[in-house]
Write a new protein. Structure first.
Length: 366
């Protein structure tokens, strides 16, 4: 089986982006042509039975100002870039014996349409914010018939997509964890809280910073703790201003992108991981932190209530008081209190199982 997979391919600096599709390579009895936007960063090692094909795709960020002319030219440039990238996908479809076309973002839909015209199996996976961009889209609904299957990593996505595609075409899958890479090194941990993700509104880091400020007031020992936020994004200056304005510059650090090894070290030196997201699909960082031995506090978003079922340390989105109280509570408990529970979660989510799910659905549609 030859698969054309169209997705972001992870880099050393941005190892979390495209990780789900990356781990789908190396399926049994298959070869993957992995089409991805060109990136100057160093890539992760290309898996076996995989050819990485990098082609130009614009990386310009949407203008934040409301200048209509700037917005217009941005949209024109983006459309032209999508067309150019889709033509690169077409060349692969015509030159290789492709059986399956699998896109991991709706912005690659032109390649999916061409795959359908050439009578290939066509699939799409929704990972998070991409779902909310197409929800209610008449264009997506118009072309929904081309997909043999639709994969989602959050149960929140199922009702709408089932209504569009039909129940039989919707498949919920999970992320996995590479437990060889993300390990608990059993080192002495600092009084440190860690958050990981792109610095954008969906990640709720403004709420985390406010909650940490409340934590400093709520517990007499809290001033021993630091908050480290890993990631980059458009909100860096906004979040840094929030930190400065609240007198937290000695307690909260925005440390930017980290390599996988650096991130593993940060997880291992941190006592508590907080997922403060406003919206999520299936957060990989949650599994990474669990695998590295952090205690966990999280908002009730996406698949989190399924992953952490019957778990006391879940809070509503941006409920800063409750989040601060949960941090106070969990900081007073030893890790051993959670170790068996976390181990069961770690063993449940393995990439081999995720690959097998995709593979079985591909074969069922042959």
């Amino acid at each position: 089986m030859n698969i054309l997979r169209v997705s972001t391919f992870p880099t050393i600096k941005k190892s979390g982006m495209g990780l789900h599709s990356y781990y789908l390579c190396n399926m049994k009895d298959s070869y993957t042509y992995f089409l991805t936007p060109l990136d100057e960063d160093v890539r992760l090692v290309v898996p076996g039975n995989t050819m990485l094909i990098e082609k130009y795709f614009t990386r310009k960020v949407r203008p934040r100002e409301k200048n209509k002319l700037a917005q217009f030219f941005f949209q024109i440039g983006r459309v032209l870039s999508i067309i150019r990238f889709s033509l690169d996908g077409a060349k692969i479809l015509f030159s290789k014996r492709i059986d399956v076309v699998h896109i991991h973002s709706p912005m690659y839909s032109m390649i999916a349409v061409l795959g359908w015209l050439l009578r290939k199996q066509v699939y799409i996976t929704f990972h998070g914010s991409d779902f909310y961009r197409i929800k209610g889209s008449s264009v997506y609904r118009m072309f929904s018939f081309i997909y043999d299957g639709v994969f989602v990593i959050s149960p929140d996505m199922i009702p709408y997509l089932a209504e569009v595609h039909g129940d039989d075409k919707i498949h919920q899958v999970e992320n996995g964890i590479d437990s060889i890479v993300y390990v608990n090194k059993s080192v002495t941990r600092k009084k440190q809280i860690i958050g990981v993700g792109a610095l954008k509104e969906e990640k709720g880091f403004n709420c985390l910073i406010d909650s940490f400020s409340l934590f400093l007031i709520a517990a007499p020992y809290a001033h021993e703790y630091k908050l480290v936020i890993v990631g980059e994004g458009l909100l860096r200056n906004t979040l840094q201003k929030q930190i400065n304005d609240n007198g937290l510059s000695n307690f909260v650090s925005l440390v930017g992108h980290k390599t996988v090894n650096e991130l593993v070290d940060l997880y291992n030196e941190s006592e508590i991981f907080v997922l403060s997201s406003i919206s999520e699909g299936f957060p990989k960082v949650l599994l990474e932190a669990i695998s590295c031995g952090c205690k966990i506090v999280s908002t009730k978003v996406g698949s989190v209530p399924e992953i952490l079922s019957n778990y006391e340390y879940l809070v509503d989105v941006c409920n800063n008081d409750d989040l601060a109280n949960k941090i106070v509570s969990i900081s007073q408990l030893k890790y051993v209190f959670f170790s068996n529970y976390y181990l069961e979660i770690k063993n449940r989510y393995e990439w081999d199982k995720v690959r097998e799910t995709y593979e079985s659905i591909y074969k069922a549609c042959q």
